[in-house]
Design a protein around this ligand. Structure first.
Ligand SMILES: [Zn+2]
Length: 200
C-alpha cells in the first residue's frame, strides 16, 4: 500500500486469535497527486501525525473516516493547504470531544461579548471579567473556529487570514490540545514543512 491511499479491507479472524487476517483489499482512491506534490505530501503527513496522537478511540468512526477522506481530497486538489489543515484539526478535535469554546466564557459561562481573551486550560474564550490569567488572541482566530464549525472544507479552503495567521492558529490549537489530551504533540512534519516554505 502506498502512503495516503484510501482502501477498503476485508478482515477475518479465527476464533481464539487476537489478530485479523486481511483477506481482500480494494483501493478507493490512490491520491497520487498528494505523493507527487511535496507540499501536499507534507501537509498530509502533518495531519496524519496530529491524528496519531490525538485520536482517543472514542470518536464516532464514520464522521472521522469522512473527515480524513475529505481533508485528503482537498490536499489532492492542490493549494491552499493551510486552511484545510487547520480546519481539519479543528473538526478532529471536536469529534474527539475536545471542542474549543468560543460562545460562552469558560470561567463564568456568560457571553464573552467581544472578548478575544483566551484560556486554553479552561477550554477557550473568557469574558472581560474573568480574563486575569488569559492571553489575547487575534479576533480572526475565534472567527476562524466559528467558520470551521459551520462550513465544509470546500468552503473553508477559500478563507484567507492575516499573514502567518494559519501558522498561529495551528500553534493555538496545539497548545489547547496538549493541555486537554495531556500529551506533547511533537509534530516532526512541521519542521519539514517550514523548511519547504522557507525555500520558496
Ligand atoms: Zn467570565
Amino acid at each position: 500500500m502506498e502512503l495516503f491511499s484510501l482502501a477498503e479491507f476485508s478482515l477475518s479472524r479465527k476464533s481464539g486469535r487476537e489478530l485479523d487476517t486481511v483477506t481482500d483489499t480494494s483501493v478507493i482512491n490512490h491520491f497520487e497527486t498528494i505523493r507527487g506534490n511535496p507540499e501536499a505530501f507534507v501537509h498530509s503527513c502533518l495531519f496524519a501525525e496530529w491524528l496519531l496522537v490525538s485520536i482517543t478511540g472514542s470518536e464516532p468512526s464514520h464522521p472521522m473516516f469522512h473527515l480524513i477522506g475529505s481533508v485528503l481530497e482537498n490536499f489532492a486538489a492542490g493549494t491552499p493547504f493551510w486552511p484545510v489543515l487547520c480546519s481539519g484539526i479543528e473538526k478532529a478535535l471536536r469529534l474527539s470531544g475536545f471542542a474549543m469554546e468560543i460562545d460562552r466564557c469558560t470561567k463564568c459561562g456568560k457571553s464573552p461579548v467581544n472578548s478575544y481573551m483566551w484560556d486554553a486550560a479552561s477550554g477557550g474564550v473568557v469574558c472581560h471579567d474573568c480574563d486575569e490569567q488569559a492571553k489575547a488572541v487575534p479576533g480572526g482566530f475565534i472567527e476562524f473556529i466559528r467558520k470551521s464549525r459551520s462550513g465544509n472544507l470546500e468552503k473553508i479552503r477559500k478563507l484567507q487570514l492575516w499573514p502567518g495567521g494559519y501558522r498561529q492558529c495551528l500553534e493555538l490549537m496545539k497548545d489547547f490540545a496538549e493541555i486537554h489530551l495531556e500529551t506533547k504533540l511533537r509534530l516532526k512534519s512541521l519542521s519539514v514543512l517550514e523548511d519547504l516554505e522557507n525555500d520558496h
